[in-house]
Design a binder for this molecule. Structure first.
Ligand code: EPZ
Length: 417
């Protein structure tokens, strides 16, 4: 098992280029099943979640090749497998996004249910409700979801919750359905807009992405697009939190600062200086952070994917902060590990109370999920002494070349396999 050794207590400096967005890339790669022929995607993060999904696409019959570090060609043949039953599918939550594109393209889809996720139960009821409204019959049997439809017809769908994955899956299934599909109470994350832009560049008619209501006029055929994936707002937010916690002056390149508005607002509230400038963001960590209260909500609320990272930051803020996690039941796994580093955090259900301490100290800790791992990396950069972060594979899922980027900023970090 790989681990990171980080010698903390140093300020960082310099420039870091943010990679393409993981949560956009996985939806957009799955959507490529809708396009017969070769699709070229740019600004693709070469993270393990993307590599696993591309491998699953190959097993379905697509031809994949990386044109360079960040561009990939995905060639989908006329005949493509509709059943994704591989072990890899279970390891990757995002593989459930294949349901919408396979159903939209082949009229049937069979995808292994993602394994027990480390964030708690990950239901699929809203996805299934959407597919059924479009005319598909959907069954869940021995941990597979099977969906099939002789004919997909546009429908009115109201989502009980603005689920990102359900919104994306229904968009993909509806793109070539006959007639108009209206989806209300949809997710408004930037990744939804990126997917809509991809579909429209392929000839789809998707309107309203980024608002509460998306309307899709089905079209008979889609052509192969050429698309650049948006920058990763969560990776960018993670580096903002690193600068905040180490009192560093950093420049982030290749970001869309508007995607980070809820994160930037909270950082500023805590005393961090954040200055967007075109596709860059300048950030300066203050001598002392102020305690703040955080509630995670669907976009444009504060993103749950930044909750562990801001928890880290607040462990050394002046005062007591309260963090309420409203999206996932099991998303406070960074807390006990941060306490091993000297943090003072009390968890009560979905509420974390963080009493700021002067300094954290190094320890041997375990990354239990992707963002909890990122939170430990940030804490290790600020902690006195050396921290050993075990369970690196979860961090590799969502951060491309994390240690290289940190080393470039002056951090003392070493990967040990
Ligand atoms: C996406 O997951 C992201 N993953 C997650 O990022 C992110 O945390 C989440 O959206 C929320 O923003 C990808 O895009 C690959 P949801 P998703 O459906 O689509 C409930 C990361 O760290 N729900 O918006 O699975 C669900 O239980 C990952 O990058 C239902 O009740 O999230 C949860 O409480 C983690 N029924 C809430 O909605 C459903 O059918 C949000 O889930 C679907 C979801």
């Amino acid at each position: 098992m790989s681990k990171l050794l980080i010698q903390g207590g140093k300020t960082l400096s310099g420039t870091v280029r943010i990679s393409g967005a993981k949560n956009s890339a996985v939806a957009i790669i799955a959507a490529c099943i809708l396009f017969r022929g070769e699709t070229i995607l740019e600004n693709v993060p070469k993270i393990s979640d993307v590599q696993i999904l591309l491998h699953i696409m190959e097993q379905l019959g697509a031809k994949i090749h990386w044109l360079n570090e960040e561009s990939v060609s995905i060639e989908v043949p006329d005949q493509i497998e509709y059943s994704a039953r591989y072990e890899e599918v279970r390891s990757l939550r995002a593989s459930n996004l294949l349901l919408g594109s396979l159903l939209g393209r082949c009229g049937k889809a069979e995808v292994a249910l993602p394994g027990g996720c480390d964030l708690g139960p990950r239901p699929m009821d809203l996805h299934i409700k959407g597919f059924s409204k479009l005319g598909a019959t959907v069954e869940t049997k021995n941990d597979y979801i099977q969906a099939k439809a002789d004919h997909l017809t546009g429908a009115f769908i109201y989502l009980d919750f603005p689920s990102v994955g359900a919104t994306e899956n229904i968009m993909m299934a509806a793109a070539m359905a006959e007639g108009l599909t209206t989806i209300e109470n949809v997710a408004k994350e930037p990744e939804i807009v990126d997917l809509a832009n991809l579909l429209n560049s392929a000839g789809a008619k998707v309107r309203g992405a980024g608002t509460d209501i998306i309307k899709i006029e089905g079209v008979p055929e889609l052509r192969t697009p050429h698309h650049t994936i948006i920058p990763d707002r969560i990776e960018a937010g993670t580096f903002l939190a690193a600068a905040a916690m180490t009192g560093s002056n950093l420049k982030l390149e290749n970001v869309i600062s508007a995607h980070l508005n809820p994160v930037i607002a909270k950082m500023r509230e805590s005393g961090v200086i954040v200055r967007p400038n075109g596709s860059d963001i300048y950030v300066k960590g203050p001598n002392e952070l102020k305690a703040v209260n955080v509630k995670t909500l669907a976009h444009p609320g504060f993103p749950t994917d930044m909750q562990p990272q801001i928890m880290s930051m607040l462990t050394i803020a002046n005062g007591t902060s309260t963090i309420v996690e409203n999206l996932f039941e099991e998303r406070m796994k960074a807390a006990p590990e941060l306490c091993k580093m000297g943090a003072d955090i009390t968890i009560n259900g979905n509420i974390a109370t963080v009493h700021g301490v002067k300094k954290l100290h190094g320890a041997s800790v375990m990354a239990k999920d992707l963002r909890a791992g990122a939170a430990l990396v940030i804490a290790a950069l600020a902690a006195e002494g050396e921290t050993e972060i075990n369970g690196l594979t979860v961090i590799d899922r969502g951060y491309y070349q994390m240690e290289e980027k940190l080393a470039q900023l002056g951090a003392t970090v070493r990967r040990v396999d």
